[in-house]
Write a protein that binds this ligand. Structure first.
Ligand code: BG6
Length: 475
């Protein structure tokens, strides 16, 4: 095969908490990210290390309005159609469907909003790829139930997904259960709606939540297949290999250990059981996974149809504590890689790393893959109603070439590619607008000021050409 298959899906990705806004519209309830302000303390929230979730005077809460996709979706989808998108990854705001999360009946207005969005996508022959939960939990489930630390959340999630699968049957065929589920043990508030109780062991709390997320995810696969056997349901992880600092065997083994923190999740979701190395590590840490009757069977019988992942960068780790000292305290940190270019937003671009990730995941599971996030944050300058973003084009050119190599030279089965933040949106980590990812520029600044007007960047026309040629024309 010398060309990508005709069925390959090209498009872009967003998440409700980073684009939608309209937080008081259509009966929506507050969500966990609504109350996370911009500023240096943002990570304390994401790590679950705060106790007060009230709005503070004078702080900026970007998720409340985001880029106002709620009111601009027709215009935005029209522009995606113009680029030739065949797929659009978006997420549903759980609190738009169940404002508090524990209601018996869903909110009709919320359901209608997404139905309108899906109908609009249909006009342009764009397939929705729906993340059921992308960093997005009704705030009430966090404050009243403790998020996914509480097993009751599995039942609320089951009710939520049942409503979605029934209502959108025939309109949506591709689903993802939880965004970056592996982040739940690192960033429990954003990924699992969990605040850490300082009186208890952190790992015990996060792995308890992770187990509930994994069981809930398997239930979603089962419910989705029962309601419509045509549904294709995938997981979603934050990927990117850990490289050893040197070829010393101890460094190599340390890299294996770090990579297993990702495989722990993909093994459960794609193979249907907790892996032996994971069980051993949890035993060593004194963590008892709260298995209940039926959990093992539900995990075993409901593995995902495909694996999806975000890819931004690779990481480097050493077995030597002194070398690792700078990163030991921060689970998101990595040593610099001297073979890669400059560090930008704490990441080093590594297109070959994408080929490596595709190969390792495909070798391990032999299931179809889907790249559902990839991109680079950059500060853009709007001039004459456009942005000359050659740096972005260069990034995508190299990464798309790498995915083509994985498919055409290595035989990886890849369903499609959705670039992250196809339209500028609020950054999850920094909450900035100025860290832009899109092909479409949105006139909004870091303080939430601007006209919300949309402009086509140079990369908009470049990506259109890429899609039209099914990845052949990358010039
Ligand atoms: C992924 C998330 O981890 O990275 C997205 O799924 C996020 O929600 C993306 O936006 C890029 O990270 P950031 O912090 O630059 O927005």
């Amino acid at each position: 095969m010398s060309k990508l298959p005709d069925t390959f899906l090209w498009g872009g990705a967003t998440a409700a908490n980073q684009v939608e806004g309209g937080y008081q519209e259509g009966g929506r309830g507050l969500a966990n990210m609504d109350v996370v302000p911009q500023g240096p303390d943002r990570f304390s929230y994401m790590f679950g290390d705060v106790s007060d979730l009230s709005f503070k005077e004078g702080r900026h809460y970007p998720a409340l309005n985001s880029i106002d996709f709620y009111h601009h979706y027709k215009e935005d989808i029209r522009m995606m159609g113009e680029m030739g998108f065949q797929v659009f990854r978006m997420s549903i705001s759980w609190s738009r469907i169940f404002p508090k999360g524990d209601e018996e009946e869903p909110n009709e207005e919320g359901l209608r909003f997404y139905e309108n969005v899906f109908q609009e996508l249909k006009k342009y022959h764009i397939e929705p790829l729906v993340t059921i939960c992308h960093y997005d939990f009704p705030l009430y489930l966090v404050t009243e139930y403790g998020g996914f630390k509480n097993r009751k959340l599995i039942e609320f999630y089951k009710r939520y997904v049942t409503v979605l699968f029934k209502r959108y049957k025939g309109l949506v065929h591709y689903w993802l259960t939880f965004n970056e589920i592996n982040d739940s043990v690192i960033l429990p508030y954003i990924s699992a709606g969990v605040l850490i109780d300082p009186g208890e062991d952190r790992d015990v709390q996060t792995y308890q939540a992770a187990h509930h997320l994994l069981v809930a995810s398997a239930w979603a696969v089962k419910i989705g297949h029962d309601i419509d056997p045509e549904n294709k349901i995938g997981n979603m992880v934050c990927a990117g290999e850990w490289y050893p600092y040197t070829c010393a065997p101890a460094d190599v083994f340390q890299a294996i250990t770090n990579n297993r923190h990702l495989y722990f999740f993909t093994d459960v979701q794609a193979r249907g059981a907790y892996p032996s190395y994971g069980i051993k590590e949890l035993e060593r840490k004194g963590i008892k996974i709260p298995f209940e009757e039926g959990d093992k069977e539900i995990l075993r019988d409901n593995t995902v149809d495909f694996l999806s992942f975000s890819y931004y960068a690779t990481h480097v780790v050493s077995a030597d504590e002194k070398i690792n000292a700078d990163i030991a305290e921060n689970p998101l940190a990595t040593l610099d890689n001297p073979y890669l270019g400059p560090v930008k937003y704490k990441r080093q671009d590594d297109p070959m790393g994408l080929r490596i990730t595709l190969n390792t995941l495909y070798d391990r599971y032999q299931k179809p893959l889907f790249i559902v996030e990839n991109g680079t944050g950059a500060v853009d300058e709007l001039r004459n109603e456009t942005v000359e973003d050659d740096y972005r084009i260069d990034y995508f050119r190299k990464h798309i070439q790498a995915l083509k190599d994985a498919v055409l030279l290595d035989g990886v089965e890849l369903l499609g590619y959705t670039s992250w933040g196809c339209i500028d949106l609020i950054s999850a980590s920094s909450a900035q607008m100025s860290k832009r990812y899109g092909f479409i520029y949105v006139d909004l600044d870091d303080e939430g000021k601007g006209t919300y007007k949309r402009y086509r960047k140079k990369s908009f026309y470049w990506y259109k050409k890429v899609i039209a040629s099914n990845g052949e024309d990358l010039d």
